[in-house]
Design a protein. Structure first.
Length: 484
């Protein structure tokens, strides 16, 4: 992990000024914050939660170094007593979160932070930066994967990523989102992601001709030869020379493939497949690249393009058309004057920005076959929390539109999604492998109806609240309106 981004100064300035205000006012009692997002990116019907393990590592490394302290003292904004407090600061709260690779939906808590008001406030910027970016890339990759018919997707966007940390974080998130590997060698080393690659046009151009270039590569890497055939002329030159070298590899019992990186991918892939098959090279794979995204891939798949591997770079590693994941971090509960933890609500002129108050759990409601039906936000008070049980009848309410509700008899499972990952600032579980996180996502996608996975105009998945949470929310709104 890059030490530049694990510094405690990796935060918004207002977090420090508010923290000093809380310190000077003696306001550092127990608080609960939640991170959620407001809308699905890419106009899609689902998102993928990613970045949790990175966040856990950054929270545990969150300290103010002597150099940090010297910088803060030089700003002239902070009192000596507050700076003294920061010198020994360590996060000592609890963190609840969904598992990475979970399919998620707007307005439900992905992360819940419990701790002193100051420590909860100080980690806001780092938390949102970490989760928002990785969730965006994991979501984009899952869309690419689905568009390909759950085919083989290679991530190779390092050169187009937003800086070194953007490349590393995106490679990690893309693997969770369903990519089979990455071109990023450092990500392979750090995260255990399979590293993949073909060749660049410069390899072919450095040799007297294409056949020599392909043969030299086949001699070096006989078990992983994929020839880039569009350097000069795809069909009249590249394919012909690839077939010559490919036949030699086939005679040795070795696999090979070709890659297209320009031109009309549908037409060329069809012609290349015909040419390979005519020479008996039926097992030769076709890889394509060239600024692909999920909509282009879906079009090619629907048109029957004979493509085996999709190489996706810029559009996947940067988020493409979507600049950011809309995650926010809001206070859900804090201590009242009697020292009791009390629900808090942000009330807005925009109904969609009015928050759901209190300490909450997210329950995933499934049918008898295990398919996801809805997510329900329920109160998760330590002494009087709600448990959604099989075989019971429930009324669940729309979180913003008060008159919208649905009745449901729970005949399948109800799964609590938020699990405790940090307690007293210490991890409770060993980190899972990225392979396991990736498999978890694939299982979630299989449990999500196709109507929510459409590329265009997907069905809206139900995220609802219980009757108790609705009553609490209405009471707080009435109390607030009564004070105006």
């Amino acid at each position: 992990m890059n030490s530049q981004y694990s510094s405690a100064l990796f935060m918004d300035f207002y977090s420090l000024t508010m923290a000093q205000g809380f310190w000077k006012k003696g306001m550092n009692s127990q608080a609960v914050f939640e991170m959620f997002f407001r809308r699905q990116p890419f106009g899609g019907g689902f998102s993928v939660f990613a970045g949790l393990q990175t966040l856990l590592e950054r929270i545990q490394a969150f300290v103010f170094s002597p150099q940090d302290m010297a910088y803060l003292a030089g700003l002239g904004t902070f009192d000596e007593d507050f700076l003294e407090y920061l010198k020994s600061f360590r996060f000592s709260g609890s963190l609840w979160a969904m598992n990475e690779g979970t399919v998620v939906f707007p307005n439900e808590p992905l992360i819940r932070i419990e701790g002193g008001l100051i420590e909860c406030q100080l980690i806001e910027g780092m938390l949102l930066n970490t989760i928002n970016f990785q969730s965006l890339i994991a979501t984009k990759t899952a869309r690419v994967l689905l568009a390909s018919g759950k085919g083989s997707v290679m991530e190779f966007g390092l050169r187009r990523a937003q800086g070194p940390d953007g490349a590393m974080s995106a490679s990690r998130a893309a693997y969770i989102g369903g990519a089979m590997g990455t071109s990023n060698v450092l990500a392979g080393k750090e995260f255990g992601i399979p590293v993949l690659g073909t060749m660049a046009h410069s390899w072919i151009m450095a040799f007297p001709g294409e056949e020599e270039a392909f043969q030299a590569y086949a001699d070096l890497y006989p078990d992983r030869s994929i020839f880039l055939i569009d350097t000069y002329d795809t069909l009249k030159s590249g394919l012909i020379h690839a077939i010559k070298v490919g036949k030699k590899l086939k005679a040795q019992g070795k696999p090979f493939g070709v890659r297209l990186d320009s031109g009309d991918i549908h037409y060329l892939s069809m012609e290349v497949r015909k040419g390979l098959d005519a020479e008996g090279l039926h097992d030769a794979r076709i890889t394509v690249s060239n600024d692909l995204d999920e909509l282009i891939i879906k079009t090619l798949v629907d048109a029957g393009a004979p493509i085996n591997i999709w190489g996706v770079g810029t559009q996947m590693i940067t988020g493409g058309t979507e600049a950011a994941f809309t995650g926010v971090y809001k206070l859900a509960a804090s201590c009242n004057q009697e020292g009791e933890l009390s629900a808090r609500i942000k009330f807005s002129d925009n109904p969609e920005k009015t928050t759901n108050p209190g300490v909450k759990q997210v329950w995933r409601i499934c049918d008898q076959e295990g398919m996801f039906l809805a997510d329900v936000l329920a109160l998760d008070d330590k002494n009087d929390g709600e448990v959604i049980e099989e075989g019971q009848d429930y009324t669940f309410w729309h979180p913003q539109v008060d008159y919208r509700r649905f009745q449901h008899r729970l005949e399948g499972k109800a799964i609590p999604l938020l699990k405790e990952h940090l307690r007293d600032g210490k991890p409770l579980h060993p980190p899972p492998s990225l392979h396991d996180l990736r498999q978890g996502l694939l299982q979630d996608l299989d449990s999500l109806d196709q109507s929510y996975k459409r590329m265009l105009n997907p069905h809206i998945y139900k995220v609802s609240i219980t009757e108790r949470l609705r009553a609490l929310k209405l009471d707080l709104i009435k109390n607030f309106l009564g004070e105006l």
